[in-house]
Design a protein around this ligand. Structure first.
Ligand code: HEM
Length: 211
């Protein structure tokens, strides 16, 4: 029943709901008030949304494996929303923190570890976002396209570590996010191992029959 309800919802609904916080932030940035430090507030909100959508994307495989609920068709929408929020977060930083001073940008990316980690995460997400369309999948071939998705692991690690480092002290919430990301990677690894070993078993059976 649950499965049926979820499957019947089109991914467009996920895009539409996912974009709402951005529209709200834009609205209050233009017509309301973002508080005493609007740039920090925007960076905080957009970074937080990026990491939440990242985790939602990573949850799809474990939910299918553990609860037999197939939400795979929403994965692209969630992945693209992750990238959208990470990109907006980055753009706010470039425009208002760095103020388009490219020398400062390069210096920050090299010299400030938490910026380096955020940057590496965004760089990891970029090829995944660019190739998330059918034309790219066709061009790359499904095997190469899947191989490219290994990038979610460094991107996830760097995003989680970036959050922990932003806080400068061992802050609970940031550590929970990093732990959840690493935990989801571990679950995905176990699912992948199971898939590989059942594939090997199947192949062995077929070759025994053929002998
Ligand atoms: C070049 C890329 C990035 C840059 C330059 C960047 C920069 C920043 C800055 C300046 C802050 C605020 C630091 C402060 O409060 O003093 C921040 C916070 C944060 N960023 Fe990034 N970031 C980048 C990429 C990312 C990515 C890819 C993610 C997630 C997918 C992310 C998630 C976060 C989170 C969760 C926070 C903490 C928000 C909070 O204060 O609660 N960032 N980032």
């Amino acid at each position: 029943m649950l499965n049926k309800v979820k499957v019947n919802v089109t991914p467009r609904v996920v895009y539409a709901i996912g974009i709402l916080p951005l529209a709200y932030l834009l609205f209050i940035a233009l017509f309301g008030s973002l508080g005493v430090d609007p740039v920090k507030k925007l960076e905080h909100e957009l970074g937080g949304l990026a990491i939440k959508f990242f985790i939602a994307t990573l949850l799809i495989s474990p939910i299918r494996a553990l609860f037999s609920i197939n939400l795979t068709k929403y994965r692209r929408a969630l992945g693209l929303l992750t990238f959208l929020y990470a990109l907006c977060h980055f753009v706010v930083w470039i425009l208002f923190d760095v103020q388009l001073l490219w020398g400062e940008l390069i210096k920050d990316v090299i010299k400030r570890p938490f910026i380096s980690f955020g940057f590496l995460s965004l760089v990891g997400l970029l090829p995944l976002a660019i190739t998330s369309n059918f034309i790219s999948i066709k061009k790359l071939g499904i095997v190469n396209w899947k191989r490219l998705h290994v990038l979610i692991y460094p991107a996830g690690f760097f995003a989680g570590a970036h959050y922990v480092m932003v806080k400068k002290v061992w802050e609970g919430e940031a550590l929970i996010y990093l732990t959840v990301i690493l935990g989801l990677f571990a679950i995905r690894f176990v699912i992948w191992r199971k898939g590989v070993s059942s594939q090997i078993k199947k192949t062995n059976k077929v070759s025994k029959i053929n002998l």
